[in-house]
Design a protein around this ligand. Structure first.
Ligand code: HEC
Ligand code: HEC
Length: 253
C-alpha cells in the first residue's frame, strides 16, 4: 500500500473523514451577485455594510461561529439554532457560496468606534438594576436576553433603541407567546424562531423549547408587549455610556 492510500484508509477506519473543503468563489461577477443576494436576504438584520443591527456585526471582526469558510457556509445554509439567525433555504448551493464570499469581504471594513465611557456605563448598569433581568458572564436574571456578547450580536444603534424604545424592537424579536404543549402543559415564553411548521420559544428560566406546530394547541401571541422598561429618562450622555458598555461585551461563544 502506498503511504497516502494507507493514511486515507487509516483515517476512514477511525471514522475521521477530513472535513469537506469549501472553496468560495472569488471572481468579480460572483462577488457582485453575492452582494445583491446579501442586500435582499441579509442586510435587513446585518446592516448594508455588515455593521449589524438585529443580527450580528459581520464587519471588522473574526466571526466566532464562522472561523473558516466551511463553518461560514453552514451558518448561512442552516442558521443558528435557538437564535434569530435563519437558515437561508431560499438560496441555491451556488448562491450561498456567493453570499459567503461577499461576507468575507465585509471582514475588511472596520467598524466605527463607539462614543461614551464604558466604565461609567457599567456603573449605570449596576445602579439601574439591569441584572434583575439580564445575565452578563453568568451573573443575573434571565427574563431578558443574555447580554454577555451584546457587542457582537447588536450594533450601537440597535442597542440604543432597545434602551429608549424597547417596543420598537420587540414585535419581531421578543414576541411573547403562550401555548399548550403536546403533553398538555401551558407554557409562556418569548419567541426565538418560527416557520410554517415549527416554533422555538425561551421560557422565563432561560430554557429553549422547540415544537412542531401540529402537536401544540392554544398558540397565542402578544405583539409588541415588552417587559423591558424604557430608559428614555436617562440623559443622552448616560445612554452613550451604557451603549459603550454594552458594545464592549464580546464574550467568545
Ligand atoms: C432575521 C434576522 C437575520 C437574517 C435575515 C440573517 N441573519 Fe445572520 N444572524 C442573525 C443573528 C441574530 C445572529 C447572531 C446569532 C447568535 O446569537 O449567535 C446571526 C449570525 C450570523 C453569522 C455568525 C456571526 C458570528 O459571529 O459568527 C453569520 C456569518 C450570519 N449571521 C450571516 C448571515 C447571512 C449571510 C445572511 C443572509 C443570507 C443572514 N445572516 C441573515 C440574524 C439574521
Ligand atoms: C424587567 C426586566 C428588564 C429590565 C429591568 C431590563 N431589561 Fe433589558 N430587556 C428585557 C427583555 C424582556 C428584553 C427583550 C426584548 C423586549 O422584550 O423588548 C430586553 C432587551 C434588552 C436589550 C436588547 C438585547 C437584544 O439582544 O436584543 C438590551 C440591550 C437591554 N435589554 C439592556 C438593558 C439595560 C442596559 C437595562 C438596565 C438599564 C435593562 N435592559 C433592564 C427585560 C429587562
Amino acid at each position: 500500500m502506498k503511504p497516502l492510500a494507507f493514511l486515507l484508509a487509516a483515517a476512514a477506519a477511525f471514522g475521521a473523514d477530513p472535513p469537506a473543503k469549501v472553496t468560495l468563489p472569488t471572481s468579480r461577477a460572483d462577488l457582485e451577485r453575492g452582494k445583491k443576494l446579501y442586500q435582499s436576504n441579509c442586510s435587513l438584520c446585518h446592516g448594508a455594510n455588515g455593521d449589524g443591527g438585529r443580527g450580528a456585526v459581520l464587519a471588522g471582526r473574526k466571526l466566532a461561529r464562522a472561523a473558516d469558510d466551511a463553518a461560514l457556509l453552514k451558518v448561512i445554509e442552516e442558521g443558528v439554532r435557538g437564535t434569530e439567525m435563519p437558515g437561508a433555504w431560499q438560496l441555491s448551493a451556488g448562491e450561498a457560496r456567493q453570499v459567503a464570499a461577499f461576507v468575507r469581504t465585509l471582514g475588511r471594513v472596520s467598524s466605527k468606534p463607539v462614543p461614551g465611557d464604558p466604565t461609567h456605563g457599567a456603573d449605570l448598569y449596576a445602579r439601574n438594576n439591569c441584572a434583575a433581568c439580564h445575565t452578563i458572564r453568568g451573573q443575573g436574571g434571565s427574563t431578558g436576553p443574555d447580554l454577555s456578547d451584546a457587542g457582537l450580536r447588536r450594533n450601537p444603534g440597535y442597542l440604543r433603541t432597545s434602551l429608549t424604545d424597547p417596543e420598537a424592537e420587540a414585535p419581531r424579536s421578543y414576541q411573547w407567546v403562550s401555548l399548550r404543549t403536546p403533553a398538555g402543559d401551558a407554557i409562556t415564553g418569548t419567541r426565538l424562531n418560527e416557520d410554517s411548521f415549527s416554533i422555538q420559544i425561551r421560557d422565563p428560566s432561560g430554557n429553549v423549547h422547540s415544537f412542531w406546530k401540529h402537536e401544540i394547541s392554544d398558540l397565542k401571541k402578544d405583539r409588541g408587549k415588552s417587559t423591558m422598561p424604557s430608559y428614555k429618562q436617562l440623559s443622552s450622555a448616560d445612554l452613550d455610556d451604557l451603549v459603550a458598555y454594552l458594545s464592549s461585551l464580546k464574550e467568545a461563544l
